[in-house]
Design a protein around this ligand. Structure first.
Ligand code: ZN
Length: 371
């Protein structure tokens, strides 16, 4: 019959001693039954678990339930039990450890090995690596930068002047307690990977070709298509005589490498503070092939248009070069293009997942489908 903790009715010293002795004897007996690591774990959990373990029950039933005049005596007994049980479990753990160490020394090599589950790349990271890989083949190198940024790198040096309305579109998460600092030194969670453009141009003279993968944060409550943390890949190429034609050719090639050689690309005018002119890049929907229909049904991912927006891009605004002019980026001499895309959204489209939250919940049943 397994030991259970019952409520005490008699709180005399003799009764308390008897109850404590019984409890410690039960624990000792159970310890002698431990034969495997699994046994040890359930033995330890049964006695030590914070929620409903035997020691917790004793604390609740014997100590908290004790009448005022018996509290002191009951407290002493309960502490004795706790330390005795800890010793017994300690000893049982020691014995198990010795047994398993001995087992390792006499290993039977004819037994089959223990199969360990093999991990796999997370679908978002996998997509990120694929995109980065396409640009690496074109000669781009990878640059990274801090997630906690200053106002200067996240906004000012990217041509978002203080109080400019374009800052409002970024739903920025600011670090608290920065009010005493000058605005450009105040810290925030970067809202895009673009600050790394400036950081790299400060360190490296032109020509440069970089891709910048990383996490970014915005004040977006989590839902099927939003998350306060998501991933971007940014690209930047600066040299003499870089034109919009180079931008179009590079991105057209990259989209074909990512989504298949039959996709068509299409640029529409847009606005970003750090590029001029700016454009959004659309590719023919790789789900419906550009027809806007899936059989008789409308194609939802492209909203029946046959086109999917994949990224924002444009020619680097000369105002941005002004911030790094001293390092060889004279806007009269160099030109460049930049682009940026949301990796999570592309992973959703690529794998046909309909809720962004699946990517971040860490549920192995979902993730192992991509292994
Ligand atoms: Zn479609």
């Amino acid at each position: 019959m397994a030991y259970t903790v019952s409520r005490l009715t008699d709180y005399s010293a003799a009764a308390l001693e008897k109850a404590a002795d019984e409890c410690i004897a039960a624990c000792t007996a159970e310890a002698s039954e431990v034969r495997s690591d699994l046994d040890l774990k359930s033995f330890r959990d049964r006695w030590m678990a914070r929620k409903n373990g035997i020691l917790t029950q004793i604390n609740d039933l014997w100590l908290k339930g004790a009448p005022k005049e018996a509290k002191r005596e009951a407290g002493i007994r309960v502490n004795e039990i706790k330390s005795a049980v800890a010793d017994i479990i300690d000893k049982a753990e020691h014995i198990r450890l010795e047994i398993s160490t001995a087992a390792i020394q006499s290993v039977d090599i004819s037994l089959p090995g223990i199969r360990r589950p093999i991990g796999a790349e997370h679908p978002v990271i996998k997509t990120m690596h694929e995109i980065v890989g396409v640009f690496q083949k074109l000669g781009y190198s990878v640059a990274e930068g801090p997630v906690v940024e200053t106002d200067y790198y996240n906004f000012e040096a990217l041509n978002f002047p203080p109080n400019h309305p374009a800052r409002d579109t970024q739903d920025t998460l600011f670090i608290a307690g920065q009010q005493s600092k000058p605005q450009r030194e105040r810290l925030l969670l970067r809202t895009h990977t673009s600050p790394v453009q400036i950081r790299t141009m400060e360190k490296m003279r032109p020509p440069i070709r970089i891709v910048i993968p990383g996490t970014v944060h915005r004040n977006d409550p989590p839902d099927a298509s939003h998350s306060p943390m998501f991933h971007q890949i940014e690209g930047l190429a600066v040299d003499t005589n870089i034109t919009f034609g180079d931008l179009k050719g590079t991105l057209d090639h990259a989209m074909k490498a990512l989504f298949g050689s039959s996709v068509k690309t299409h640029f529409r005018p847009s606005f970003f503070p750090f590029t001029e002119p700016s454009a959004e890049l659309y590719v023919t929907c790789f789900i419906c092939g550009g027809s806007g229909k899936r059989g008789a049904d409308p194609c939802r991912p492209c909203k029946q248009t046959g086109w999917i927006e994949v990224l924002g891009c444009g020619m680097v605004d000369p105002n941005v070069f002004e911030f790094v002019k001293d390092n060889g980026y004279d806007p009269k001499k160099v030109s460049g293009f930049a682009f940026g895309m949301g990796v999570d959204r592309l992973a959703l489209l690529k794998y046909g997942v309909d809720d962004l939250q699946y990517f971040f919940q860490g549920d192995v049943r979902f993730l192992e489908q991509f292994g």
